[in-house]
Design a protein around this ligand. Structure first.
Ligand SMILES: *[C@@H]1O[C@H](CO)[C@@H](O)[C@H](O)[C@H]1NC(C)=O
Ligand SMILES: *[C@@H]1O[C@H](CO)[C@@H](O)[C@H](O)[C@H]1NC(C)=O
Ligand SMILES: *[C@@H]1O[C@H](CO)[C@@H](O)[C@H](O)[C@H]1NC(C)=O
Length: 392
């Protein structure tokens, strides 16, 4: 399959109005990610990249310290047996980067677990930049950089710390190097502000993880010169380590937005492919469910599919995603509630932190322009090719 531009792929992927709403939202998430499509849309729809003007504070959700009471009580629910899939040949390491907001992270992790992803294949990459403070339990839950190590242990999920706070591009290279150290030829990475659920209403039914494994089986050992497999944009992505190495990995001098364009275009310039795969629903959210138990079968539900619980969950997640894209402050509403921790180790002013990220995003755009003498994503269409960077 010839590589197509991110723009066309993205549009093919979700289409029309829904995409439009998403684009309007295109701000920076708590984890800070580039927006694959941001640059390919008309100027008037683009999110401004200036430091945010002072806007009225979003309404505060009351702070909820515990969103998974069953786990706190040491009673993590069983997953639906139909979501259990085994593959003795293929590993599926899944890296989930964390910078801020434990509640969104826990929600994402637990949704992957409920969807059948084996706990021992999930690694949270703690990029909070607070060194061992979370391991030692020194931060309080209201601290934006708080993470509950004990809880992740209990869930069977491991944690790997970055040595210091990394930018988006640096974190991506950390993933690649981590894979090299573990001798993985591929790995998955996911955003931390997503919730995944299977398509329980489809028959014959295949769980989210089973469908991911199908992608792995179809990809590994194929002749395709593949670099990436996207599951709903890059909200979940399978990555080919050799391809990353071949193009020299991510350009860490472009720290946030556009660094994805730079990377993906360099891959396409060398004829690598990036396909799309559908494993189930992936929701992009800024808020959390009030009780994560709803991701698991209720008592007595056992292996039933498409239950009322599932349908309610699905509509709620749809509402949460809509809320995120519609609310101007939506992507960061959680910051208003996780507003504590001042005085604890490595605490930083969250507003300053956000402003500083905006600053580096802007600088990254300038650098991209210097590198390619072009400021949009569609480098190949603009005649740029492998080796034409920094030749201006
Ligand atoms: C962290 O998780 C553990 C294990 O579930 C729990 O016992 C503990 O109360 C949690 N800590 C906080 C501060 O919520
Ligand atoms: C990529 O494909 C084009 C067109 O088939 C070819 O000319 C070029 O040499 C290929 N580049 C690489 C690095 O394989
Ligand atoms: C850089 O791009 C500008 C605008 O497209 C063009 O006018 C200029 O000639 C380019 N610079 C070089 C050195 O090619």
């Amino acid at each position: 399959m010839p590589p197509i531009t991110l723009n066309r792929r993205a549009i093919a992927y979700l289409g029309g109005a829904f995409l439009f709403i998403l684009l309007l939202s295109g701000a920076v998430t708590n984890h800070v990610r580039p927006d694959l499509i941001q640059k390919n849309i008309p100027e008037k729809w683009r999110t401004t990249t200036q430091a945010p003007k002072t806007e009225p504070e979003p309404p505060r959700e009351p702070f909820q310290e515990e969103i998974f009471p069953l786990a706190q009580a040491g009673k993590v629910p069983q997953i639906n047996p139909k979501n259990i899939a085994k593959d003795d040949k293929h590993a599926t390491p899944l890296l989930i980067g964390f910078t801020r907001n434990w509640y969104l992270l826990e929600q994402a992790v637990v949704s992957y677990l409920a969807a059948g992803w084996p706990a021992d294949q999930i690694i949270v990459i703690d990029n909070s930049g607070v060194m061992d403070s979370n391991l030692r339990g020194l931060l309080s839950p209201r601290n934006p950089w708080y993470l509950n190590h004990t809880r992740l242990d209990l869930l069977g999920v491991s944690v790997k710390r970055t040595p210091t706070l990394l930018t988006f591009a640096q974190l991506q290279n950390f993933f690649i190097n981590f894979a090299i150290e573990h001798d993985w030829s591929y790995y998955f990475w996911s955003h931390m502000d997503v919730v995944v659920i299977p398509k329980e209403y489809e028959s014959p039914y295949k769980g989210f993880y089973e469908r991911t494994l199908e992608c792995v089986r179809a990809t590994v050992g194929s002749k395709e010169k593949w670099a990436l497999k996207f599951f709903a944009y890059d909200w979940l992505t399978m990555v080919n380590v050799e391809a990353m190495k071949d193009v020299g990995a991510w350009d860490t001098q472009i720290p946030y937005y556009l660094t994805d364009c730079d990377m993906y275009e360099r891959l396409y310039m060398k004829n690598y492919t990036a396909g799309n795969w559908d494993a189930g629903h992936i929701y992009d959210v800024a808020t959390h469910l009030s009780d994560l138990a709803v991701l698991f079968p209720a008592e007595g539900e056992n292996n039933a599919l498409d239950t009322q619980r599932f349908r309610d969950l699905r509509s709620q997640l749809e509402r949460m995603m809509k809320e995120k894209v519609e609310n101007k402050n939506g992507r960061n509403t959680w910051q208003a509630t996780q507003d504590g921790g001042k005085g604890e180790p490595f605490w930083r002013n969250p507003k300053g932190f956000e402003k500083a990220i905006q600053f580096w995003i802007e600088k990254g755009r300038e650098l991209f322009k210097m590198k390619w003498n072009y400021s949009e994503c569609d480098l190949r269409r603009a005649g740029r090719h492998d080796g034409s960077e920094w030749t201006w």
